[in-house]
Design a protein around this ligand. Structure first.
Ligand code: SF4
Ligand code: SF4
Length: 361
């Protein structure tokens, strides 16, 4: 019996695996839907790397882009930016043609009608005062506005970026988001403007990791993380492999600067391209042009790292379980599995019972 068949004797794992199979494999890309944003957050990679200087497209360029990607077989589009809610008609066109998710700052509500199953990740960087200071010059209550826009919206989850010095805020923020009727996915702050102090990612995320683990335990079913996945990102370690450009899996495969990496033998997502807002050119990766990879703690990129490394996780039931639950989490966040069921709480309980609270090797 193959290892996979052996592991899938477990009915719970079989159930997760079948749901993913039914949803089907993903051929994914990312796209900046616009150059514009109604904010200028401290350390935003988009403006730090001058990605707003790309040519402004006309609408036909966008329609052509959709047709090209459909013919290429793309079936999943991560919408980033700029601020996508400034071009809702483009979100709708992507939604009508692909599976998708969108990242927004939450200031403009993305309408429900016609976009009922759109996964919406709303950025938040801390409690109201912190978030306002880092993203709104201390003048706007961005968090309050986004809470109002997405109260009890089943599509919405908070994409909460935590810096090393802001651990003490985590519980208050999480509680506020959950009381608003939403769930929470964590991200880890990169200090791209060298602000230092509490924002300095070089301090490491060990305290952040501990607090996120506590939140997973405290709010089962509401935190879109597992302890394993939390550890992978915070430690930059996947079964002994160290995170970085050489193993990064979400790289534009048509971008000449990546050719050496793509030939180094480490697995990668063969379909992936990160499109700029001209809808034609691509860049090295979704989160940067020539950004230092040591500053990259992006949750979505780490999802891909785990997901693409299937084989690595087949050597033990523990590793397979960690891989499968991370895969399921990704599909769940993107509203492709587990609809209307408290499956996340069941997963947390399953992992707890097996004491799968960290990376196994
Ligand atoms: S809302 Fe997003 S795109 Fe706009 S400045 Fe902030 S991080 Fe950058
Ligand atoms: S910045 Fe992150 S996603 Fe981009 S190439 Fe480096 S490690 Fe990969």
């Amino acid at each position: 019996m193959s290892k996979l068949k052996e592991y899938l004797q477990d009915p719970f794992l079989q159930r997760l695996y079948s749901e993913i199979r039914e949803a089907g494999p993903l051929r994914s890309i990312s796209v900046d839907l616009t150059h514009d944003c109604n904010l200028r957050c401290t350390g935003c990679y988009f403006f730090e790397e001058g990605m707003d200087s790309i040519d402004v497209p006309i609408e036909k360029d966008f329609d052509d882009f959709i047709e090209r990607e459909k013919s290429r077989g793309t079936n999943f589009v991560t919408i980033v930016g700029g601020e996508p809610s400034l071009v809702i008609h483009r979100i709708k066109k992507i939604y009508d043609n692909f599976k998708t998710n969108v990242a927004t700052n939450g200031l403009i509500k993305i309408p429900f009608e016609g976009l009922e199953n759109l996964p919406i990740g709303i950025s938040i960087w801390g409690k109201r005062e912190t978030d306002s200071a880092l993203r709104g010059n201390g003048k706007q209550d961005l968090f309050g506005k986004a809470l109002e826009n997405y109260r009890n919206d089943p599509r919405a989850f908070w994409y909460y970026t935590v810096a090393p010095g802001y651990v003490s805020e985590i519980e208050e923020v999480v509680k506020t988001c959950i009381e608003n009727g939403n769930s929470v996915l964590f991200n880890y702050y990169s200090d791209l403007t060298n602000s230092g102090g509490d924002l300095n990612h070089e301090r490491g995320f060990q305290e952040v990791k501990k607090e996120i683990d506590r939140m997973i335990e405290r709010y089962p079913g509401k935190i879109l993380m597992t302890p394993f996945f939390n550890e992978v990102i915070a430690d930059g370690n996947l079964l002994g492999e160290k995170w970085g450009y050489d193993v990064c899996t979400n790289l534009s495969t048509n971008y000449s600067g990546n050719s050496e990496r793509l030939e180094n033998g480490s697995p990668f997502n063969p379909h992936f391209r990160a499109y700029n807002a001209d809808f034609k050119s691509t860049r090295r990766c979704c989160t940067g042009i020539d950004r230092d990879c040591d500053s990259c703690f992006d949750t979505w990129e780490h999802f891909s790292w785990v997901l693409v490394n299937t084989k690595k996780h087949l050597n033990s039931l523990e590793n397979f379980t960690n891989w499968l639950t991370t895969m399921y989490l990704f599909y769940y966040i993107n509203r492709m599995v587990g609809k209307g069921r408290p499956i996340l709480a069941e997963i947390q309980q399953y992992l707890n019972e097996r004491r799968l609270v960290g990376s196994v090797q």
